[in-house]
Design a protein around this ligand. Structure first.
Ligand code: SF4
Ligand code: SF4
Length: 371
């Protein structure tokens, strides 16, 4: 890789637009943050003025609100209900199609095709979440061809957080708030533009194609101060020391009943989680009875049917399902994939309709730091 991966560059708003134009010309579909239905979501973007400029988000247990900012920053928010997994591991995918012919049934897997995505605005915890799903879909015992293709063609423009939400705890999980690896380019927004760091050869080529200059020392310092401010604002904690053994030693703790009395088993937490990967496979028969489509769709361990085997559901109580989710996420995930299944993004806390907070539940179950 070229030496300039070590340098910090400066670009302005126009430079960011040029970067989007360059990636589009290279055949990428650019996806980034936009405002829709009162939230900051990820969707196609082609222009810098489609970013949620001048808006921020307020996330607390059971609460998410958009609020205007007093300035015109483009990335002055944290994370919303969407994560990038909906692009790499889509909610609904056809995996096979059977057709009746005069010779009987034929079965065919669809050709694996995909847009070449470029993600703009990936936060440090989200880079970590993508790395966690890489372990699940690519680096493990089996490889998912669609995920593998989308991932191999992906271009990532990360954004360093310059503020933190009340729900963030990436510092406890060792995943943020600074973007350190796993990106092609990384931006830090400062008063007069963006600092640009290069993280890969593809990132260097893209940076070569846009107007930029070396960042001045006061600009670099401003970026550093802003990244530091985000770190300082994170007060929520999860004590991860020996968490696998501590949680698994408390499978019969009475607190699971307390959580179950509040939990609606609605599955919101798993759908917003950037690492949850549970899915089911359904077969849909056409009315003509000569075609059957097999689909993979997102599912959740909170759905009672998810653990249905001959004779009934293995986890037929909310207590059992919440315990399965939390102990998988923070304990047995480590046995399965060598990492925690949680990156500390806080989405499950904000989007739980009754404000169940895994950091608080773990503190009650195991002791350690409460938020
Ligand atoms: S469990 Fe919650 S905090 Fe952890 S990665 Fe999933 S949504 Fe984020
Ligand atoms: S913890 Fe909250 S979001 Fe998750 S299933 Fe229970 S009520 Fe729904």
């Amino acid at each position: 890789m070229a030496d300039d991966t070590e340098k910090l560059w400066w670009i302005d708003r126009e430079g960011l637009q040029k970067l989007i134009d360059y990636l589009a010309k290279q055949g990428h579909d650019i996806v980034g943050p936009r405002i829709d239905q009162g939230a900051i979501v990820y969707d196609s973007i082609r222009r810098v003025d489609e970013l949620p400029r001048g808006w921020t988000d307020d996330s607390q247990p059971g609460v998410y609100r958009l609020q205007p900012r007093s300035d015109q920053e483009h990335f002055g928010f944290n994370v919303g209900p969407h994560s990038w997994k909906k692009y790499l591991f889509p909610p609904l995918t056809e995996v096979m199609r059977s057709r009746r012919t005069s010779d009987g049934w034929t079965m065919q897997a669809p050709d694996v095709e995909s847009p070449r995505y470029a993600f703009l605005g990936v936060r440090a915890c989200e880079l970590a979440a993508i790395a966690v799903q890489d372990q699940v879909f690519v680096n493990g015992q089996t490889q998912d061809p669609l995920y593998q293709l989308r991932r191999s063609q992906l271009f990532i423009i990360a954004v360093n957080c310059t503020q933190a939400a009340a729900t963030c705890f990436c510092t406890s999980m060792g995943t943020g708030p600074e973007c350190e690896k796993g990106f092609d380019l990384a931006l830090t927004e400062i008063e007069n533009g963006f600092l640009l760091a290069i993280g890969s050869e593809a990132g260097r080529k893209a940076a070569d194609a846009i107007p930029k200059r070396i960042a001045l020392s006061d600009e670099s310092q401003s970026g550093q101060q802003r990244r530091h401010r985000a770190r300082e604002q994170i007060t929520r904690k999860l004590d991860t020391d020996g968490i696998r053994d501590r949680l698994l030693a408390r499978l019969d703790h009475p607190h699971w009943d307390d959580v179950a009395s509040r939990c609606l088993s609605c599955a919101n937490c798993t759908l917003v989680c950037p690492t949850c990967f549970c899915h089911s496979v359904d077969e849909v028969h056409h009315l003509t009875d000569d075609e059957i489509v097999r689909n993979r769709r997102w599912d959740s361990c909170f759905n009672v049917d998810f653990s249905h085997v001959a004779g009934g559901s293995v986890r037929d109580t909310t207590r059992a399902r919440y315990r399965q989710w939390l102990t998988h996420k923070l304990a047995t995930w480590i046995d399965q994939f060598g990492t925690s299944g949680c990156v500390g993004c806080g989405r499950c806390i904000a989007w739980c309709p009754v404000g169940i907070d895994l950091t608080q539940e773990v503190a009650t179950l195991c002791g350690g730091n409460a938020p």
